[in-house]
Design a protein around this ligand. Structure first.
Ligand code: NAD
Length: 783
């Protein structure tokens, strides 16, 4: 059971409050957003200012700016009674116990009996905040700690006070997961809860060790990002993004409030950090921190702070044998294990920092959590680590961790000693087909409740459910009569092998399954057709081959569209070019809220050649309200020629890449589960493929209008001659070539036009240069 939240209140319209309000609006919940009254003029201007900043924030906090209409602003003096109409009220005002307490006292006077109140504090004790509040208030009171930026950060830590009703906790946990799409972790009332306690420990310990041992901040960041399964911003760039004042405040908070922490001194901000904050060098928000961006003769450049001189110097490039040796290993745990065994500067730092963190984490049990899985989830979802500390211990091997601690003269945490004594050398296991975890306090192996997130392509592969596979894709059995086609090429780019397995998968699935899902576990569904392969064919003059491959991809997409059984395409993250075309041909799309779709081929001097032009025309035909075919053509022309990419599933819908019946999952981790359920539901409803479509298009007269626009843009130098050529070919396809308004055109006719235009553009020198440039730099070339 989860709350039905018909109205939410958020108090404090600063960084967090406005972002929390935005996320509630994203999921369709109306919000009353209050802040202090302004001293003069519009009394709501403080809250309104917060909302305006949320609207301007980049990356965007709203899925669709129009969602902001669900937020009404006000001030706590005039509008406090409006909070009595709210099912939940979230407090996000300044991090001061006295200020928060006095607000809760005022709220207690108007609160409706059913209203659940939460604080977004990052570190203040919930029991301290609850003191002196009426009993019924305390029963409905807890911490809901969101992470910044709220839309993108999955972690939501929930902390009850001594008197919170269990039902209130359960309801907020399911509301957070199911309605808000968050990864919810139940925490204890300890300073900074789980993620920031361990995360800030990691930052501070690394900072101190780097200063003591003379490692550059850029050097550490080159080690602690992707190689260790951490975000590219690694340690010091992440600190700059979060704000050094915030980091210092949180660290000082642990120092002050955890007198018994054996590593308390690590949290005491070093002189360098205090000096930087006193100089106002707070990181990105103040323009400089550990790094500083400056304008140089060749564009902007990022410099790094030298702590000896307090001057900024150019960043260096670093190469370490220990890291180079594991670069291509996709398993983050195996990479850490191998790097720790190396014998260079990187390996030596990684070994010490990892052992420190793993031992510190083990000693925080049961203080901050009882279940190692909660700790791992908090670090994966709150800090974007590929694996949490206990998963890392399992990957390295507990006996090895213990041996290295002893070799380095470090104390071995009790937990490790007890585990080894009882013969347990991993935290995670399997029993009766279910994942288990060793509860750290009792050492009892406990089943982990199954969740939709357990259904992954990797788990199906591990369980041996492979029906067929080739170099770039696999066909897997998801159970319950549904098959999964998983792309497994670099960045899931679409190549011959994927096209071939798509055809085979459709045949096998039509025979033996009731539905097919196309999807994977990766952050990005697909970056589109394999550009490298297209370029190679162009360079070799293999025109027949390229034509055959393009036709093969079109045929595969048509086979998806007209398959006898439902095909649900599960899109997430970047879903570009050919990837977007596949989504558009599914019987149904099931996409993550973070879905970035676009037909971006014009950027490399091509046009969509796998049915993207055709599908966009057909869809817009059904939705564009203006009369006649030209508005449809003009909209499709703008979307494709400007290579527009939606920045959310909501925007993809507005652009026409998703239909009304296509569904969105807020939590990317449950996408395959939801897509499978969609496939079953379609099959059970007696799925039949769509009727072949036909469309009327304006032909030459429509083209003339678009060409005049292009002429204007060329004359004012807004576009190049090659842009004109690409857009003219696109206009030819979208207006239906040599046709007139009265002739219904078949899908195959449009596919042939697309293919011809695609191939003729691929044969031009400028398109070849564009492809080459994008492949080597990742950026578009304007030529
Ligand atoms: P902020 O300074 O950006 O915003 C605080 C807002 O509260 C301001 O708009 C202020 O006018 C308003 N305010 C102050 N006193 C008020 C009162 N009595 N009644 C109503 N409004 C009042 O702060 P923030 O970063 O949004 O932090 C808010 C809370 O969220 C803090 O408890 C903070 O610890 C926590 N938090 C912050 C982050 C983060 O990354 N910034 C992350 C998680 C949690």
């Amino acid at each position: 059971m989860s709350y039905e939240v018909k109205q939410a209140g958020v108090v404090g319209a600063g960084v967090m409050g406005a972002a929390i309000a935005a996320h509630f609006a994203n999921v369709g919940i109306p919000v009353t957003l209050l802040d202090v009254p302004a001293k003069e003029g519009d009394r709501n201007s403080v809250a309104r200012g917060g909302l305006d900043r949320a609207l301007k924030a980049r990356p965007a906090l709203f899925y669709d700016a129009r969602d902001a209409r669900r937020i009404t602003v006000g001030n706590i003096d005039d509008d406090l009674p409006r909070l009595a109409e709210c099912d939940v009220v979230i407090e996000a005002i300044v991090e001061r116990l006295d200020v928060k307490r006095s607000f809760f006292q005022r709220l207690a006077e108007v609160r409706a009996p059913h209203t659940v109140v939460s604080s977004n504090t990052s570190g203040i004790s919930i029991n301290a905040m609850a003191e002196g509040l009426p009993e019924d208030f305390r029963r409905h009171f807890l911490v809901t700690h969101f992470f910044n930026p709220v839309r993108y950060m999955k972690l939501l830590e929930i902390v009850p006070n001594r008197d919170t009703a269990p039902r209130v906790v359960d309801d907020w946990m399911s509301f957070g997961a199911e309605t808000l799409g968050k990864g919810v972790v139940l925490c204890k009332d300890t300073p900074n809860f789980i993620a920031n306690r361990l995360g800030v420990y990691g930052f501070m310990a690394t900072l101190k060790r780097a200063l003591e041992e003379g490692y550059g901040f850029d050097e550490i960041d080159s080690i602690f990002g992707a190689p260790l399964g951490r975000p590219n911003s690694a340690i010091f760039r992440t600190c700059d993004i979060s704000g050094l004042d915030v980091l210092m405040h949180v660290a000082q908070g642990v120092y002050d409030n955890c007198p018994d922490d054996e590593e308390r001194e690590v949290f005491l901000p070093p002189a360098l950090l205090r000096e930087m904050v006193s100089r106002g060098w707070l990181g990105e928000k103040s323009g400089q921190g550990f790094y500083k961006r400056v304008k140089g003769p060749e564009g902007s450049e990022t410099l790094v702070l030298d702590p000896q001189t307090m001057e900024y110097r150019p960043r260096q490039k670093f190469r370490f044998a220990s890291i180079g040796a594991v670069r291509d290993n996709p398993d983050p745990g195996a990479r850490i294990k191998a790097i720790m065994r190396g014998d260079d500067r990187a390996a030596s730092f990684v070994r010490k920092a990892t052992l420190d963190l793993l031992a510190y984490t083990a000693r925080r049990i049961p203080e901050i959590a009882d279940n190692p899985d909660d700790v791992d989830k908090a670090m994966r979802w709150g800090y974007f680590w590929a694996q949490g500390p206990f998963q890392t211990i399992d990957a390295i091997g507990l006996p090895d961790v213990e041996r290295m601690l002893r070799e380095d003269g470090l104390p071995v945490p009790n937990l490790f000693g007890r585990m080894l004594e009882y013969g347990d050398d991993t935290f995670y296991g399997q029993a009766d087909g279910q994942r288990t975890v060793v509860m750290a306090l009792t050492l009892i192996e406990t089943p982990l409740a199954p969740t939709p997130a357990d259904l992954t392509a990797a788990s199906l592969v591990e369980a041996g459910h492979i029906v067929k596979q080739n170099a770039s894709a696999r066909l897997l059995d998801m159970g319950d009569g549904v098959a999964l086609l998983q792309y497994d090429s670099k960045m899931n780019s679409i190549d011959d092998s994927i096209v071939e397995l798509t055809r085979e998968a459709l045949e096998i699935a039509a025979d033996r399954y009731r539905g097919l899902v196309i999807g994977n576990d990766a952050a990005d569904f697909s970056v589109g057709a394999n550009l490298g392969a297209v370029l190679m064919a162009v360079m070799a003059g293999a025109w027949d081959g390229l034509a055959a491959v393009t036709k093969g991809f079109q045929d595969a997409n048509m086979a998806v569209k007209y398959s006898k059984i439902p095909v649900v395409v599960a899109g997430a993250g970047r879903t570009l070019g050919g990837g977007c075309e596949v989504v558009m041909h599914g019987s149904r799309a099931r996409v993550a809220a973070e879905f970035y779709a676009g037909l971006v081929e014009c950027g490399v001097g091509l046009i969509p050649g796998g049915g993207g032009c055709k599908e966009l025309l057909l869809r817009l035909h059904a939705t564009v309200k203006e009369h006649g075919p030209f508005p449809v053509v003009r909209t499709a022309f703008e979307t494709i020629s400007f290579a527009k990419v939606g920045t959310s599933a909501a925007e993809a819908r507005t652009l026409g890449f998703l239909r009304a019946a296509d569904r969105v999952s807020l939590d990317r981790e449950r996408l395959l589960y939801d897509a499978k359920a969609d496939a079953i539901a379609l099959a059970e409803a007696g799925y039949t493929p769509p009727q072949p479509a036909a469309i009327q298009l304006p032909g030459a007269p429509g083209r003339l209008v678009l060409e005049q626009q292009l002429d204007g843009l060329r004359k004012t130098n807004k576009i190049s001659d090659h842009d004109v050529l690409v857009a003219t070919k696109l206009a030819y396809v979208l207006t239906g070539g040599e046709t007139d308004l009265l002739t219904p055109l078949s899908e195959q006719y449009l596919l042939d036009l697309e293919r011809e235009a695609f191939l003729s553009l691929a044969g031009t020198e400028q398109t070849r240069q564009r492809m080459q440039h994008t492949l080597s730099t990742g950026k578009p070339l304007r030529n």
